[in-house]
Design a protein around this ligand. Structure first.
Ligand code: DGL
Length: 267
């Protein structure tokens, strides 16, 4: 059990921002990542489609031996997690719960902004979870449907990205912290921080997911402490080849060798 991989799923390569944080926090864990690049983006799809695609993706990871499953996608977390976790034989976590735990502890945060895909915002997943945990919070949300496709295109630092961010964040200048509610958004962290200024905290859900995973693995005695050979440690599957894949993988995972770990799979 201990040396089985952590299974991770996203609609594309954005979830690799979570992969990167988990890889840093849990140095001896094997990680198996599946990016459903064939069906990307999920942001505008119906709840039914997102649930069906997410189920298929998580089942693939489970069949490959995952001891725990992470939905490294805000859209799939907000619309599919509750339904799917009932039918999976191993624990499933998403990006919302670890973030809520963090905000529950940080009582000095009074006004929170959430940016996410249109699907996530429409589902009210973030809003409901935040209100339930902290009824005192003032919450501002904004759907940013252009950002995830721009990230997959590699447009994360250019002028188009800067202006798009400026427009999406124009009502977010009076908050205490901003939740990056889509796993693609940490790629824009630099531009977002520039736009909002240093006083506003940016919450990268991947870091919180990594901490939560560590806690669960330790608690359930499934934490791996033995060193694993790099080639066996990381496996990245994508359901379609996309032109920016290698470049984005290098950009997010900052490791040239990682691109040899990518395989195309039909699920
Ligand atoms: N990474 C997904 C999320 O966190 C991406 C968006 C999409 O597929 O539209 O929401």
């Amino acid at each position: 059990m201990k040396n089985q991989p952590i299974g991770m799923f996203d609609s594309g390569i954005g979830g690799m921002t979570v992969f990167q944080e988990v890889k840093e926090e849990l140095k001896n864990e094997k990680i198996l990542y599946l990016g459903d690049t064939l069906n990307f983006p999920y942001g505008g799809k119906s709840r039914e489609s997102i649930q069906a695609l997410t189920k298929k993706g998580l089942e693939f990871c489970y069949q490959k031996g995952a001891k725990i499953l992470v939905i490294a996608c805000g859209t799939a977390t907000s619309q599919a997690l509750e339904e799917i976790k009932k039918s999976m034989p191993v624990p499933v976590i998403g990006i919302i719960e670890p973030t809520i735990d963090y905000i529950q502890e940080k009582k000095d945060l009074k006004k929170i902004g959430v940016i996410a895909t249109a699907g996530s915002i429409r589902s009210q997943g973030w809003q409901k979870a935040l209100k339930k945990a902290r009824p005192d919070l003032e919450i501002k949300t904004n759907a940013c449907p252009l950002l995830a496709p721009m990230a997959e295109e590699g447009w994360i630092k250019n002028e188009v990205a800067r202006l798009t961010i400026q427009e999406y964040l124009k009502d977010m200048h009076d908050i205490d912290a901003l939740i990056l509610g889509c796993t693609h958004y940490p790629l824009f962290e630099e531009l977002i921080q520039e736009e909002l200024g240093k006083e506003i905290e940016l919450i990268n859900t991947g870091k919180l997911v990594a901490k939560k995973l560590k806690e669960i693995l330790k608690r359930t005695d499934s934490f791996n402490e033995e060193k694993v050979d790099f080639k066996k440690q990381y496996q990245i599957f994508v359901t379609d080849q996309e032109p920016n894949l290698d470049r984005m993988t290098n950009l997010i995972l900052k490791n040239e060798k990682m691109k040899d770990q990518i395989q195309l799979v039909r699920i």
